[in-house]
Design a protein around this ligand. Sequence first.
Ligand code: ADP
Ligand code: MG
Length: 401
Amino acid sequence: MTAASPDALDPRKAALDALTRLTDAPAAGVWSSPGRVNLIGEHTDYNDGFVLPLAIPHRTVAAVAPNSENVLRVTSTFADAPVSVALADLEGLFPQARESITEWARYPLGVAWALQAAAPDAAAAHAAGLDIAIASNVPVGAGLSSSAAIEGAVAVALNDLWQLGLDRPALARAGRRAENEAVGAPTGIMDQMASILGAADAAILLDCRSLEVETVDLGFDAAGLTLLVMDTRVQHSHASGGYGERRASCEAGAAALGVTSLRDLDINDLDRAERELDDVTFRRVRHVVTENQRVLDTVRMLRSNGPRSIGDLLLASHASMRDDFEISVPELDAAVDAAVEAGAIGARMTGGGFGGAAIALVDRDRIAEVTDAVTRTFVERGFAAPTIFPVTAADGARRES
Ligand code: ADP
Ligand code: MG
């Protein structure tokens, strides 16, 4: 097993060190926001449905100092050089001129741009030049949303320093706008809500239509359970065709059935859907409709029967993604099967699919057993070694100091 403990790198120290390389000014403060995993509810977000993510202990940290040059200067521990933009130029930068700056810097600068638009009066009064140093121990591109973590850390920092007075959902919306328009990635708002609003030993139930959020106690700690993240290290990319194709199928299915979005259907509509749709579109629709129901059932089961009762829902979710939505890969299926065989209560792939990570709900004293079983299976199948690590549900965005 390759260990990737959140302690492997102290992002707070790394961010402060990076800040001292950027400026002589002392830090005005340090802010952070976590990565996330989705417990259940996949490809439901853009269908106006339900998702149930939780924030993880891995965090992205922003250490910030003022400058007197009216520029935003950002640096990251995984970039070679800082990127500078005059505050006065920010408004004209996004979305039209975004190609003029290096991709990673569009995340923090895009957040600054979106926040200015969200609170124009406060920004006009208080926005001032800042040096921002970013460090993170959220694995990038593993489906754990390093993108929402960087957005959340910068959003809470600027909200405080520029006295914008925005509430947390508004910060999440600004993060999403940055990702959609400044970066150009057509993603929903789940990641930002989970990162910014997460809470210890709790998940966030998000209604992607109303954007209402509810905190749902998981009770994993008291039950002696933990989530194992099993990163297959198969690279997923939203830019590749699969994600867009699934979105298009969902839209086509909703249109053919005469509803605004698949959220408007329930299990009772599936017979009609099967009669009226071609086989592939029907199976795409069935995944979304049943997955929405599974999210609501998971919340109900957590509340009535506790966390040990949700294993079958996790497994049904995986089967639906594998067979109906067809977004799994052999590595994800192998991780799920091996984890369950080794005693996991439930397991499923998580995130957009075509690679990335799976999760398994396991007794704390079985972590080593499940980890070894999955690792062994990957060796036997000739897959690259997975990265496996436990996560607890952690607090969302916060000021560190
Ligand atoms: P995921 O969110 O699943 O990790 P994304 O492709 O959505 O993957 O986001 C990853 C991108 O976010 C990176 O390629 C980089 O541009 C940006 N990013 C994430 N974390 C950092 C960081 N600490 N410093 C700079 N850029 C980051
Ligand atoms: Mg992302």
